[in-house]
Write a protein that binds this ligand. Sequence first.
Ligand code: ATP
Length: 257
Amino acid sequence: MLSIQNLTKRYRGIPAIDDVSFTVAPGEIVGYLGPNGSGKSTTVKIITGILEPSGGSVLFHGRDIRDDMTGFRASFGYVPEEAQVYTHLSGLEYLQLVGRLRGLEERPLEARATRLLELLGLQSWRHSPISVYSKGMKQRVLIAAALLHNPRLLIFDEPLSGLDVVSARLFKDLLVELAAEGKAILYISHVLEVVEQVCDRVIVIAKGRILADAPPADLTRLMALPNLESVFAELVEQQDTKLAAKNLVEAMRSAHV
Ligand SMILES: Nc1ncnc2c1ncn2[C@@H]1O[C@H](COP(=O)(O)OP(=O)(O)OP(=O)(O)O)[C@@H](O)[C@H]1O
């Protein structure tokens, strides 16, 4: 359904992503993992039409998304890493605005928005301005906004950010339900434990290039490692974090002398 083909994005000649290709099929949850600065958000911004690629293309049901960006926008829901929300609006008003922009009819829109807010535990806050919401509550409004038009493709960029334990568990269960509904899901997260539990496949990207694309169980088995976190550390050659932490404390001490 979603097919990313040889995507490249260069900033002043320096590649942020380099020849990135992968697919996300209906009913599939695909994890997209990588260290800071590896190119995850750049990939997502291209898929969502925010950025133009330097090369390559994004196909949705076999068609280049650039041929019909308006149609494609109606087909996906997106929870961005950093969202600009109109904080003077209430949660309900925000969802109504998003729904109108997506061409939903007023009555069913209000009913669905109210129901989503209720299911996400925001019932009693729905008329309060978003400016008084906590980070996790804002995040739940963004999740509701992504689901509002019942899209076929969902893209979540660090959706657990700010969510408490119960909301995070609800979100994890929601991912599984959405996949069972046949939604295609691209899930970007640093929370590898959750990724390992819910994803059918994980893609590991580092320095703009894809290093692995396989089910998490295959990766741990093939690399003879106990879990996805170890696989990730091995693939991206992360630094010795214990040593780095020690050195940081050392550096603090010497700064006080
Ligand atoms: N507007 C820009 N101008 C120049 N370089 C950029 C720009 N945006 C991103 N980059 C570079 O592209 C690379 C990939 O960045 P990107 O934001 O896609 O990484 P990421 O994997 O999403 O990181 P994080 O996990 O920190 O969100 C980085 O080296 C970054 O410095």
